[in-house]
Design a protein around this ligand. Structure first.
Ligand SMILES: [Zn+2]
Ligand SMILES: [Zn+2]
Length: 193
């Protein structure tokens, strides 16, 4: 029994060392593995809600995940505040779970045939999280009145006069969501028929 435990600890130690060796390379490999095997289902869990997202969005997220870095030595002094979880299932029953966390490192786990590979990840600039948020809350299309349609608008972001959120152009009065809710032109605020 003692010997068994010793061998077991050795295997665990070797396993951990392998993962620690080049975590980012292992992470990239797992992502490529998962996309090659093909996705069966992708779920997003936020609060109590679990929502299925399209496989197209899932593939897009896997691509984005390649820009997320796997860290060797995370700063363990503070723990991440988890806002949700993203779970990918491959057709061969591999599972990848990624925590959704803002401005902090977070955990990811890849499970394949009973083998668990943990990762500590960092999403520089929260680009991955923003992509998830865009998929979960798609913005309505830009709505302009017949006059504003023919105008040119600066590409710099502006402030929505209703919600103080950002507008697509500094020349716009409302953001897409507020304009859609009011049924008005996003640029001038005139009622749309
Ligand atoms: Zn608004
Ligand atoms: Zn208008």
């Amino acid at each position: 029994m003692g010997q068994y435990i010793r061998i077991f600890s050795l295997v665990v130690l070797l396993g951990i060392q392998m993962a620690v060796g080049q975590p980012n390379e292992v992470w990239q490999e797992k992502l490529i593995d998962l996309s090659e095997k093909g996705l069966a289902e992708v779920l997003v869990q936020q609060n109590e809600n679990i929502q299925k997202i399209s496989l197209n969005d899932g593939r897009n997220l896997l691509e984005q995940a390649k820009k997320v870095l796997a860290l060797e030595n995370p700063d363990q002094r503070s723990l991440p505040t988890v806002e949700g979880r993203l779970t990918f299932f491959s057709v061969q029953h591999d599972i990848l779970v990624i925590e959704l966390v803002k401005d902090h490192w977070f955990n990811g786990v890849y499970m394949c045939q009973g083998k668990v590979t943990p990762f500590v990840l960092k999403d520089e600039g929260n680009h991955f999280l923003q992509t998830v948020e865009k998929i979960m809350n798609p913005q309505p299309e830009i709505q302009l009145c017949s006059e504003c349609c023919n105008k040119m608008f600066a590409t710099a972001l502006g402030e929505c006069s209703a919600c103080k959120g950002t507008t697509e152009s500094i020349g716009f009065k409302y953001c897409s969501a507020c304009a859609a809710q009011k049924g008005v032109c996003q640029a001038c605020g005139k009622k749309l028929k």
